[in-house]
Design a protein around this ligand. Structure first.
Ligand SMILES: [Fe+2]
Length: 421
């Protein structure tokens, strides 16, 4: 039997409300039964936040919603028309479960099901390549979490463990199409997995920069290690400050600014002595005009590893969807680098990063602001924000009226695209 349901944002759920109905969550194009007959408490909200973003919606049954509205509860939003969950799309999901739908339970849809399937990948790569790279990326991400949990407890970094990561990242960059790795980096992440995911992504991006710069193995490995460990000092800053879903107070910001110093100290205490790695870590928030932290040093003193890591750090922070802001599209970020980055970032590295990213974005599928999916044909260096694209058989240059909102990811359902819009 089909189920009528209406969406409601987690942030709008009034505290103490008894939800005497079934609650569904949406993921990967399906709908999972989450729980029923529960009171809205901070712990329920927290559990929901571990599986969807706070501004995303959960779904409650339509009859219940009507009753809800009749009681005059002001939710601050206009109810949307009920949708129907088809029985085959509804899956059972335990409240305490970590993942929404186990991978092996997901239907293996044929490539031919959607005209978009298989088109969002790099030239010469297939859906199977994408799935393999995505799976490997997920595994590395989980291993990074384990490593970061250990560092949080011991406040030490085991050089042998980081060696393995650096080697693994180098192997993945050598053997896979770069655009597939970028697609994993660009995918949405959960709020509670920000630090280790960000660190892994910066390590990958640093590895890419090393590759584009034709660095030798020693330099590549050092730069990847800087990316992986640059923010470990955040593990010793109070987590309620690090994860605060709002703008930090000046005092809190001063506390956060100490993290690069703490990262440096943890590495020294762990016996890491490579000066290039230590300087790359402690300087990754320094700016060429002297306005950075922790020491406010200027261009003369800032090392190449720190300059490169600053670019990777900013790119990943902007691409991430976090609790207090929406994600940016890659074009948005590149345009921003071009407009504002040159006074504080290294102009040569920024130019190289933009040029290489443009090459990677050509031929890729993107989502436009009207919801249509387009293919990138050309990116003008002087107008990075608005690439020329092909959409519905027509060639157009995007504009403030019709622009890219994200790179197309075939794992994101059309409703999730609506949320991004
Ligand atoms: Fe940082």
């Amino acid at each position: 039997m089909a189920i009528d349901y209406v969406p409601i944002k987690i942030n709008r759920l009034p505290d103490g409300l008894f939800l005497d109905c079934k609650v569904y969550i949406e993921k990967d194009g399906g709908y999972s039964f989450y729980c029923e007959n529960v009171s809205v408490t901070p712990s329920l909200i927290e559990r929901l936040r571990t599986v969807v973003y706070p501004n995303d919606k959960i779904y409650i049954t339509a009859n219940y919603m009507e009753d809800f509205l009749k009681r005059g509860v002001d939710l601050g939003w206009k109810p949307e028309p009920p949708k129907i969950i088809k029985p085959e799309m509804a899956k059972t999901f335990s409240v305490a479960s970590e993942s929404l739908v186990p991978n092996d339970e997901k239907p293996d849809k044929p490539d031919t099901e959607s005209p978009l399937m298989g088109k969002g990948f790099a030239k010469g790569t297939t859906k199977a390549d994408f799935e393999r790279v995505r799976k490997e990326y997920q595994e590395t991400k989980e291993a990074t979490k384990v490593m970061f949990d250990e560092i949080a407890i011991t406040r030490r970094v085991l050089p042998s463990t980081t060696e393995e990561f650096v080697h693994d990242i180098g192997r993945k960059l050598e053997t896979n199409d770069i655009s597939l790795i970028l697609q994993s980096i660009n995918s949405m992440r959960r709020v509670d997995e920000y630090l280790h995911t960000h660190s892994l992504n910066v390590a990958f991006l640093n590895g890419l920069m090393a590759k584009w710069l034709k660095y030798d193995k020693k330099q590549h490995d050092e730069l990847v290690r800087v990316g992986l460990l640059h923010d470990i000092g955040k593990l010793v800053v109070p987590q309620d400050v690090i994860n605060k879903p709002a703008k930090l107070t000046p005092q809190e910001f001063e506390l956060v600014k100490k993290h690069s110093l703490y990262s440096f100290e943890m590495l020294v205490n762990s016996g890491i002595t490579e000066k290039s790695v230590l300087l790359g870590v402690i300087q990754h928030h320094e700016k060429l005009n002297g306005s950075g932290y922790p020491h406010g040093i200027d261009a003369k003193e800032i090392t190449d590893y720190a300059r490169i890591t600053a670019i990777s750090d900013i790119y990943d922070a902007m691409i991430a969807k976090r609790v207090y802001k929406d994600a940016h599209s890659p074009f948005d970020i590149l345009a921003n680098f071009s407009k504002e980055g040159y006074s504080v970032l290294d102009i040569n590295y920024v130019k190289m990063f933009i040029d290489c990213m443009i090459e990677e974005l050509k031929g890729k599928m993107i989502v436009l602001s009207d919801g249509r999916v387009a293919t990138v044909l050309m990116v003008n260096e002087r107008n990075l924000l608005y690439p020329m694209v092909e959409v519905d058989g027509e060639i157009i240059t995007t504009s403030p009226e019709l622009y890219c909102v994200s790179v197309y990811n075939h794992n994101v359902s059309s409703d999730e695209v609506e949320k991004i819009l």
